[in-house]
Design a protein. Structure first.
Length: 253
């Protein structure tokens, strides 16, 4: 079990693979920390699976700070990564100011979506001593521009572009990079070439670790689950059952 981000290089070298989960509030943070997750991510996926928004573009920095602080109160061991939400890192100074808010709320590291085009932002964050996690491949914050969630790295040109992005973030000192929804060969090539740990989601088995949205893992958000995510519990069913039982009990029927 990881206790500090400084242990990441050793895990890349010797394993075992990193097991990473998202957390959005105190009980989730505490339960997942106690269960032994290596890293916890306060993902802006909370916009969908907690707040009922259609995608992550409506998530604000205030929301992220609020949830990061709640997770922080529950976590004593696992490093906590928090997402910089959409339009909070449009240039280097905005990125640094937003990253500082997340760190003040309790994040150990911050994550943003994008590669080469975001080098100035990453340089400002890392230069200020804030650990940085990248995010490449399918970028949920670009869903509206891209017109949907599309798998990446299907052509040699696209795989080369992803590798160039990963190398750029690696050179800036990223401690880890999430690789989301990309062809397994592209994810493997990146994993072999960079120093940072890769954390895959829908990117095949050849990365340094795997991350899942916890609501997908636990079946807590039954209305949508990506095809690669296997639910290992049925939390929504259990909640509905308990509620129905209580309602029937109170009504005496
Ligand atoms: O927001 C999130 O939960 C994420 C994961 C999908 C990696 O970025």
């Amino acid at each position: 079990m990881l206790t500090s981000l400084s242990e990441l290089p050793a895990r890349k070298a010797a394993g075992p693979p990193l097991a990473v989960l998202t957390a959005y509030d105190y009980p989730m943070g505490r339960l997942l920390d106690e269960a032994g997750a290596d890293l916890l991510l306060v993902g802006d996926s909370l916009g969908m699976v907690v707040l009922g928004l259609p995608d992550t573009t409506g998530v604000t920095l205030d929301m992220m700070c609020h949830h990061t602080a709640a997770v922080r109160r529950g976590v004593t061991r696992a490093p906590v990564i928090a997402d910089l939400p959409y339009h909070t890192y449009r240039d280097a100074s905005e990125a640094l100011a937003s990253a500082r808010c997340l760190v003040e709320a309790g994040a150990d590291a911050v994550k943003l979506e994008g590669g080469v085009d975001f080098v100035p932002q990453v340089r400002a964050i890392v230069g200020a001593g804030i650990p940085f996690v990248g995010h490449l491949g399918m970028l949920p914050q670009s869903v509206r521009v891209e017109g949907g969630y599309k798998k990446k790295g299907r052509t040699p040109e696209d795989a080369d572009r992803l590798l160039a992005d990963a190398l750029a973030l690696d050179a800036e000192g990223a401690c880890a990079i999430v690789l989301e929804s990309m062809m397994p060969e592209a994810a493997e090539a990146i994993t072999r070439r960079i120093r940072a740990n890769t954390i895959g989601i829908g990117a095949g088995p050849g990365t340094d670790g795997q991350v899942l949205v916890t609501s997908d893992l636990t079946g807590a958000f039954p209305w949508f689950r990506p095809p690669f995510a296997r639910a290992r519990a049925a939390v929504a069913d259990e909640m509905s059952r308990a509620a129905r039982e209580f309602i029937a009990d109170v009504r005496g029927c």
